[in-house]
Design a protein around this ligand. Structure first.
Ligand code: TXA
Ligand code: MG
Length: 331
């Protein structure tokens, strides 16, 4: 049986109960500032193996972990340099996972036998309360079955993991709505292994050179399948392109994922129009992205046309996700 625990009010008895569960080797779906994660004591091999089972995750794809303070970080990682420290001072608690050399206190199963570990202090008070009470580093892979969308809504976590985990903590909808930025420091260069809310330019502002890299163990995973064809509508004449597509494909059930401002243009002409947010509020589009994509997944149509954002800052981040679900289908 899975127990749903409402921790929005940070009730100390319930926090204690979750911390005890983690220490006992149980699995607890947890809110973080990015997306929901599957929490377990990272030092407990059995619990860690259960995570790989319920996520149907490849054993070579390591888990990242959350800590609540530097002492806890020191127990699992070594070789922390001034550069790491600058990143930590600037971005923790928050959505920046940093890859460190790992100590042998961590079981090999957590890191997929790698000699490194991804760690962050999360920017979510509920999960921080639980880590502080449990006094152990807690695993935090995204709470989704491999290949499915990440989850920002505890109700969806319940649908997916009821009966498979011990507790699901309701901490409300995740603030950011996209997974953490992952970085690795090599010499004086910061490599971004996964894009997230902390952008390359945010890190450059600290005076570091930043490079993008796709050298990540989960490389090639198709994370954002919505289970149907999706086409990215590029260029400044997207309205014409969508109109033409609708005119030329009358036998298809067409959906559009588009800006709020274009809703009235198309809603009568298509099967479904999903409003992703305003063309002026990219932050809100990002925060709502997983809901948008989930809605698209549930919708009954053959194809989605997706409007493009401008490719800078948050816009680029959202576009990366769109590209991942479009599989290079572009008009
Ligand atoms: O925001 C997040 O990071 C969320 C929340 C729940 O914490 N978690 C998350 O975990 O996105 P997951 O497991 O879905 O993605 C972690 C990514 C994977 O792509 C994995 O391959 C990579 O981190 N990773 C883990 N350990 C690594 C390591 N030592 N070196 C390089 N990449 C690593
Ligand atoms: Mg994931």
């Amino acid at each position: 049986m899975t127990k749903l625990i409402d921790l929005k009010k940070r009730d100390s008895k319930l926090i204690e109960e979750c911390a005890e569960a983690i220490k006992d080797g149980k699995l607890v779906v947890l809110p973080t500032e990015t997306v929901y994660g599957i929490g377990a004591n990272a030092l407990d091999v059995k619990a860690v193996r259960r995570i790989f089972e319920i996520k149907k995750r490849n054993k070579n794809n390591p888990l990242i972990v959350l800590v609540s303070d530097f002492d806890m970080l020191d127990k699992i990682a070594y070789g922390i340099t001034d550069i790491h420290q600058k990143l930590i001072d600037k971005f923790w608690p928050g959505p920046l996972t940093i890859i460190f050399n790992r100590k042998n206190s961590l079981p090999d199963d957590v890191t997929g036998n790698l000699d490194t570990i991804g760690v962050r202090i999360p920017g979510n008070e509920i999960v921080l309360d639980i880590i502080r009470k449990a006094k152990v580093p807690i695993t935090a892979p995204s709470a989704n079955v491999s290949g499915k969308l990440s989850i920002i809504d505890p109700k969806l976590a319940y649908q997916e993991f009821n009966g498979k985990v011990d507790f699901i903590v309701d901490g409300g909808i995740s603030d950011i709505g996209v997974e953490s930025t992952i970085v690795k420091v090599d010499g004086n260069v910061i490599y971004i292994l996964r894009r997230g809310k902390i952008l390359p330019e945010d890190i450059e502002k600290l005076g570091f050179s930043v490079r993008l890299s796709d050298n990540i163990p989960s490389k090639g995973n198709k994370h954002y399948s919505i289970g149907k064809k999706a086409i990215l509508v590029t260029g400044s004449n997207s309205i014409d392109k969508i109109t033409n597509y609708i005119d030329n494909h009358s036998s298809q059930k067409i959906g559009v994922i588009g800006f709020d401002e274009h809703y009235t243009l198309f809603t009568e002409k298509v099967n479904v129009y999903i409003k992703m947010g305003s063309v002026y509020h990219y932050d809100a589009i990002l925060k709502n992205l997983f809901n948008t994509l989930n809605e698209a997944k549930e919708a009954d149509n053959d194809v989605f046309l997706i409007e493009c954002l401008e490719e800078h800052g948050i816009g680029k981040l959202v576009m990366d996700k769109f590209r991942a679900i479009c599989d290079n289908e572009i008009i």
